[in-house]
Structure formats: C-alpha cells, structure tokens
Design a protein around this ligand. Structure first.
Ligand code: TMP
Length: 223
C-alpha cells in the first residue's frame, strides 16, 4: 500500500447502502486530493457486467442455480475486475473502492448456501492472486430492515429466490468473518441515516488507511 493506492471494500447484507456509501467515500477521498476509482462486484468490466445480468436478473425461470456454479461465475467476474481494473489502478497510485469483494462469496455461497468455505477461499485466492483489501467496511443491518429498504426495481434473484433464513445466515457469516479478521474488517452499524454512516466510514478510513501517510498532493496557498 505504501507504494500504490489503498484498496478499500464495502461489504454487507442486502440494504446496507453499499453503493451510496462507496460513492460518498469516493467523494471524501477526492476532496482530500486523492485519485479514486469506485467500482462494484459483480461488474466493473464488460465481462463482469454481463455476468451480473446472468446472475442477478429475474428472468422468470424457476430453475434454481447451483451455488457452486454461482461462486464460479462471481469469481470469473472478480478475476476480470482484478486484472483489468483493480491491480492497474492500485499500481498507478489510485485508491480503489469496491462495493462487494471476496467476503460476499464466503457469506452468500458459503455461510448462506452451504458451499465449503475452504474451497471458496481457494477459489477467491485463485481469482485475485491473493489480493486482500487494506480495509473492509462491513455495513451491518438487520436482515428484515435491509430487505425492506430495497426498492422493488432493485430486487435481484438473490432476494427473490432465497428465504429469510438464508439472509440471516449471510449476515451471521459476515459478522463471523469480521470477528476473525478484525484487523482488516471494521463493522459499521448501517441502520442509521446515510450521512451519519458516511461520517463514520470517513472517520474509520482516515484513521486506519490515511493516518501516517503523507498528503496526496502538496497543500498550496491560494490568494
Ligand atoms: P448488489 O450489488 O445489489 O449488492 O447485488 C449483488 C448480489 O450478488 C447480492 O445479492 C449479493 C450477491 N453476491 C453473491 O452472492 N456472491 C458474490 O460473490 C457477490 C460479489 C455478490
């Protein structure tokens, strides 16, 4: 990280406001003079956006997809994003903010759908060549509240096809990962107002990522 940009991921169950918060954090860091690239999973490349449609679009089909097939597709999108966007941007000194990353596969396909967690970790490692975020912000929100927040047009196959028990396991999975990796993952209560949550995320990023780093651009006096 000292040489390149910082890599920050925003994770959590449905309805925590990840996209909005990724955008707000991007604005906060740009205001500090840092180059920032905001992206999301699955997506961020032409391949990833196509995989996103395949995985999440509600086609009306009643045939459930196999969770290991889901994990392979999420990881195909992830590999393309890491190779095409994340690694080059980090190497160029840009801070990358990504809404969802490796922890979503562990939480959804692992804790939620029952795929072996160690297998998923190996798949994640293969897709990312072992790339780890410098900081992961886990936007935690109770399952019912999170699902209720989603606009009808935002409801993906995952919300439509999985039951409340699945989403509860996903949330518990995220919290278990965070407890095991507290040096990387900061849990933020996302049930409050958007601005309050944004401020808390900015505070955590300033403290855990930016502290000790020199300012990105020299401070110039203006007349
Ligand atoms: P979102 O971008 O609106 O959060 O939708 C992404 C959906 O995809 C969400 O339901 C979580 C799911 N997902 C997985 O199940 N596994 C993954 O690895 C990723 C990245 C997302």
């Amino acid at each position: 990280m000292a040489q390149g940009g910082a890599f920050i991921t925003i994770e959590g169950p449905e309805g925590g406001g990840k996209t909005t918060q990724a955008d707000h954090l991007g604005t906060h860091l740009r205001d500090l003079g840092r180059p920032v690239h905001v992206t999301r999973e699955p997506g961020g490349t032409w391949l990833g956006e196509r995989i996103r449609v395949l995985l999440l679009e509600r086609t009306g089909s009643t045939a459930p997809t196999d969770p290991l097939a889901d994990a392979l597709l999420f990881n195909a999108a992830r590999r393309q994003l890491v190779r095409e966007v994340i690694r080059p941007e980090l190497a160029a000194g840009t801070t990358v903010i990504c809404a969802r990353f490796i922890d979503s596969t562990l939480a959804y396909q692992g804790y939620g759908a029952g795929v072996d967690i160690d297998l998923l970790r190996r798949m994640n490692d293969a897709a990312t060549d072992g790339l780890r975020p410098d900081l992961t912000v886990l936007l935690d929100v109770p399952v019912e509240a999170g699902l209720a927040r989603k606009a009808p047009g935002d409801v993906t196959r995952f919300e439509a096809e999985y039951d409340l028990g699945f989403h509860r396991r996903v949330r518990e999975g995220f919290l278990a990962i965070a407890a095991a990796e507290s040096d990387r993952i900061a849990v933020v209560d996302a049930s409050g107002g958007i601005e309050d949550v944004s401020r808390e995320i900015a505070r955590i990023v300033d403290e855990r990522v930016l502290r000790g780093e020199p300012p990105a651009s020299p401070v110039r006096s203006t007349r």
